[in-house]
Design a protein around this ligand. Structure first.
Ligand code: SAM
Length: 297
């Protein structure tokens, strides 16, 4: 059963908000161990589906710094409101040029508030870094971006996430996935959402066959249960690795539509897949019979 969706204050491409009901079908109602999420991204999956103690990690240290700043009380709803009101006004007065000052400042000192500002003012809400690790997404071209209503929306998202984090057991770590999976044990549930192989890549999202195989080795050796998000096919291409790397594990699929920008014509269909450890298989049979997933392979 899903709680009211907690929407993370940071944005990123590949965010799994719309796939939460699909993923939730594999998540046991209770866990004897921890929720372990080595590719947390915005955190939307763990924030909505985890129960019990949580370990969330990512190779991108900016994400981890941001959530640790919320956890420690360094970033609060109040300070986010003050910051976005002041910086939003500077952005408006500069007709957008100030965005690039904030981007330079963030790339020099990595402030969590600047990170939030950038992910909410950049083009298409994507999170991309150049080969030197610098945030390089251009401005969304809306100088009045931080209206009162938009600031309030972000502040409410920070509030919801801080209540969750401060009321639970959340451990955020900047780490490579292997370290986190090696640390998992029986009773834990590992949810993996790595960059999709053979698709977009940047400083924190380069992902090739070697990485995919290393992830498969790590998940094959763990005594924890696991769920992996990946893609199966679209109208033009097939993900060949789904059989060559993950073929020994069960999987379910579901068609999904991503929107690139606002236009309906930019709606792209893809068949998403969840590969999982065999112990989770009994959870799936019921979903297939209810027609909630397209197929159990
Ligand atoms: C597809 S995104 C995860 C999206 C997330 N599930 C969400 O809904 O927001 C993949 C994430 O993996 C992280 N990542 C890439 N390579 C990694 C690695 N080797 N170890 C750990 N994290 C990695 C990226 O920084 C990125 O945040």
């Amino acid at each position: 059963m899903l709680r009211r969706t907690v929407v993370p204050p940071i944005k990123s491409q590949g965010i799994k908000t719309k796939l939460l009901p699909f993923i939730s079908q594999l998540v046991p109602a209770s866990l004897s161990g921890r929720w372990v999420e080595p590719f947390m991204g915005t955190g939307v999956v763990g924030f909505n589906l985890a129960h019990g103690p949580v370990v969330m990690s990512d190779a991108n240290p900016h994400i981890i710094r941001f959530y640790n700043a919320i956890k420690s009380g360094q970033v609060t709803p109040l300070c986010v409101r003050e910051f976005l009101e002041v910086e939003g006004e500077r952005l408006r007065a500069s007709e957008g040029a100030y965005y690039y000052e904030v981007r330079d400042r963030f790339n020099a000192d990595g402030s969590s508030l600047d990170f939030l500002f950038l992910t909410r003012a950049c083009f298409n809400g994507v999170m991309r870094f150049n080969q030197k690790g610098g945030f390089n997404v251009p401005f969304c071209k809306k100088p009045g971006r931080f209206s009162q209503a938009y600031v309030t929306k972000i502040v409410n998202q920070v509030e919801a996430v801080s209540q969750l984090i401060c009321g639970g057991h959340f451990d955020f770590r900047a780490a490579n996935f292997q370290e986190i999976i090696e640390d998992a044990r029986s009773g834990d549930l590992i949810y993996c959402d790595p960059p999709y192989i053979a698709r977009y890549s940047d400083y924190f999202n380069s992902w090739d066959e070697k990485d995919e195989r290393a992830l498969a080795d790590a998940l094959s050796s763990t005594s924890a249960s696991f769920i992996l998000s990946t893609w199966s096919h679209n109208d033009y291409r097939q993900n060949d690795y789904i059989d060559s790397v993950w073929g020994e594990f069960p999987r379910i699929t579901r068609e999904h539509f991503y929107h690139v920008g606002a236009r309906e014509s930019n709606r792209r269909g893809i068949t998403e897949a969840l590969v999982f450890s065999p112990d989770l298989e009994p959870r799936v049979a019921e979903s297939v019979s209810r027609g909630c997933v397209d197929a159990l392979v």
